[in-house]
Design a protein around this ligand. Sequence first.
Ligand code: SF4
Ligand code: SF4
Length: 351
Amino acid sequence: MPAASTQTLKPPSKLRRRWKGATRKVRELTSIGWALASTGHPYMAQVVPMRRCNLACTYCNEYDDFSEAVPLDEMLRRIDHLGRLGTSVITISGGEPLLNPHLEEIIARIRKNGAIAGMITNGYLLMPDRIHRLNKAGLDHMQISIDNVMPDAVSKKSLKVLDKKLQMLAEHAEFHVNINSVVGGGIANPDDARVVSERALGLGFSSTIGIIHDGSGQLKPLAEAERKVWDKVRSMTRRSYSRFNHFQEAIANGKTNDWRCRAGGRYLYLCEDGLVHYCSQQRGFPGVPVAEYTTADVKREFLTEKGCAPSCTISCVHQVSYIDHWRAPQKDSITPGSSHGSGSQELVQIR
Ligand code: SF4
Ligand code: SF4
């Protein structure tokens, strides 16, 4: 179907946006309540419907430049199975999700399964008509990570390139938008993160800051200039979850954390081949097709201690796991290999 003309697209009213925001909040609170009541279902799954990306950030190994989208019927089967497992939040990542011709159908299916629908995008392909299609499909959350102000050899996810896209989102999006800025990982000017965050907040979005670690996969403290920007941005965007701040503070200082990772139980990473992994850094564990993943697997992994937890930098898994921090200790343990962690995109989101 041809895209609708930009001129004919009426931005949603303030009232409609407020209503959407309020109903989204109710669904989120309900999902947290359900997670507090029961440990037998995943809280969040990240799915990859296509590995291809239109960019090539030098710190990332979560993409290629040739793969086709997972066939729609297969993708819908995977979403339905995540729904049967009781997954509360399903986030689409990649590669670049906006390259996927079936993106809106996948989002609509996530919502049909009763889950909260999110996506992580580089934002390059956003246009008003696409934003309206995402509204219509029922997208709840979008995250765009902006790495610098001006494009350079490391990353083209730049404010200068994306600012028009952000303005389109501010005008047309009914869903929540978070802009993630970053320090570390070869980003030339740490102060860019402050500029990005200020712009995001000025447009009415939420903003987070992340650390990109280098390819060694090891925790390293932030350099002084990065630290200053980190503190500044956090003071602009800080929320009151002190336990989360403690976790992220330790990562910024290059120190380990003591926590229970519930990956494989509360959090699932579903790669483009449809296999369930603990997370993007620990592919192959457990590495089984999602169609064969059962509630018994979820319960087993919930209680399995992960040996990689102390030096883990995956903040979204930590945040999901925090729902159950007060529950009984884990009984079994596993130390997954880290061969896939080295060089991967290790992004720490600070909310
Ligand atoms: S970080 Fe995102 S935009 Fe950059 S190459 Fe990886 S998938 Fe593409
Ligand atoms: S790397 Fe982090 S999120 Fe992944 S399994 Fe290990 S502790 Fe869990």
